[in-house]
Ligand binder design. Structure first.
Ligand SMILES: [Zn+2]
Ligand SMILES: [Zn+2]
Length: 395
């Protein structure tokens, strides 16, 4: 435990395998205290060097725990002020078909405002989560693209792990029609769980869901079984206009409630958020697509996304015919989708097991779309709302 005597203090502790320094800075954002922790490790641990931003309230000490996976700080993330800004995105694995010793199967995990979402869960995905130092327990929603084994066979093991941790909160599963039947079959080996499962089967070609602050759009893609891509968006309300509130003589205690989207009725008046809020501002958008041929809908969904994660099963140009036959894509087809959709960045994933060095093909890919990256397992980004200080890192 490091007692934080005064903000700005630097703590230094000798560890068995290195030295850790924790710098704590306290800054104010929107009138709320935000603590920034900067962790630095000695050279033997330089692999873990990264900046971590946490928003916490009322904490005066920082317990930490160290394992071979790095440092874990025991800080609960809590929303501070009116909104939490960052979306943490981690591409846990980048493989297709089967997990390999150096490559987990394609799966995405995001964290926002204390809520965790996962897309696809193939064999070994829970190990990839642990390797990343994240936890399976707070997952609220799992979306499935389709029911091929490399996208769902890790589910029973994950459910058992969550059950062992004595989770009680319900878990929502979203997927194509037949989801409940498929999961029921997989659950023959995980029949008793201490938490309920909620099933949401997608019925339409494009369907939207609101869950835990996430705005999820599922859209049909073109694979050899029913398959969906997903857009995960964090919408952002407009700016509060105090001048308008004054002119309308809205009592001060109602201001923050209106900012949170509440409608307030008094005996003499009704106040709605649109009376004092500006037009919605640009939010955060991540589009995830795997196991499909290119379609116009993918371009539409990924348009201006902060991040477009797209399958690229084959890097070799002469595998185009194979890609068409098995309903997958080549790197170049993915790059062309990105060129049309113009996201800030594209990450390729779902590589064929025969593709051992995806980066070898990237010069040609970047000739089509310059901001393309051959993602590796565990690639991470923190996405911030546009006019906030953006922190981007990779791990
Ligand atoms: Zn697949
Ligand atoms: Zn598939």
């Amino acid at each position: 435990m490091f007692p934080l005597k005064k903000y700005g203090d630097t703590f230094r502790e000798k560890m068995a395998s290195g030295t850790i320094w924790i710098c704590v800075k306290r800054v104010m954002i929107n009138g709320s205290a935000v603590f920034r922790f900067q962790l630095k490790f000695s050279r033997s641990l330089s692999y873990y060097n990264r900046r971590i931003r946490y928003r916490i309230c009322g904490v005066d000490s920082v317990p930490f725990f160290m394992s071979e996976h790095g440092i874990r700080l025991f800080i609960s993330r809590m929303p501070c002020g009116n909104e939490e800004r960052m979306l943490d995105v981690c591409l846990l694995g980048t493989g297709g078909m089967m997990p390999l010793p150096y490559r987990w199967l394609t799966s995405l995990m995001t964290r926002f405002n204390g809520s965790t979402l996962m897309i696809d869960c193939g064999e070994g995905t829970q190990i990839a989560v642990r390797e990343k130092g994240w936890s399976c327990n707070p997952i609220d929603v799992i979306c499935f693209t389709h029911f091929h084994g490399d996208h769902i066979s890790g589910l029973p093991g994950l459910l058992l792990t969550m059950g062992n941790a004595d989770r009680k909160e319900p878990l929502t599963l979203i997927g194509p029609k037949g989801l409940e039947r498929v999961v029921k079959a997989l659950r023959v080996i995980a029949p008793e769980l201490p938490f309920p499962l909620k099933f949401v089967e997608i019925a339409d070609p494009v369907q939207e869901f609101e869950i835990k602050g996430y705005h999820i759009t599922a859209f049909r893609v073109n694979h050899n079984v029913t398959c969906y891509g997903y857009t995960i968006a964090i919408p952002r309300a407009g700016k509060f206009d105090p001048e308008k509130a004054k002119v309308l003589e809205i009592p001060l205690p109602f201001w923050s409630r209106l900012q949170k989207g509440e409608t307030i009725e008094t005996e003499s008046a009704v106040f709605t958020p649109d009376m004092v809020m500006g037009p919605p501002r640009k939010g955060i958008k991540v589009t995830y697509v795997t196991d499909t041929r290119p379609t116009p809908m993918i371009v539409q969904q990924a348009r201006n996304a902060d991040l477009f994660i797209c399958e690229g099963m084959y890097g070799e140009r002469d595998k185009l015919q194979k890609a068409k036959e098995y309903k997958h894509m080549t790197f170049y087809e993915a790059a062309e989708l990105a060129r049309e959709a113009d996201p800030k960045e594209m990450w390729l994933t779902h590589y064929s097991p025969s593709l051992t060095r995806p980066e070898e093909f990237m010069d040609d890919v970047r000739a089509i779309f310059p901001r393309a990256i051959a993602a590796k397992d565990g690639r991470t980004v923190e996405l911030d709302f546009e006019d906030e200080l953006a922190t981007r890192g990779k791990g």
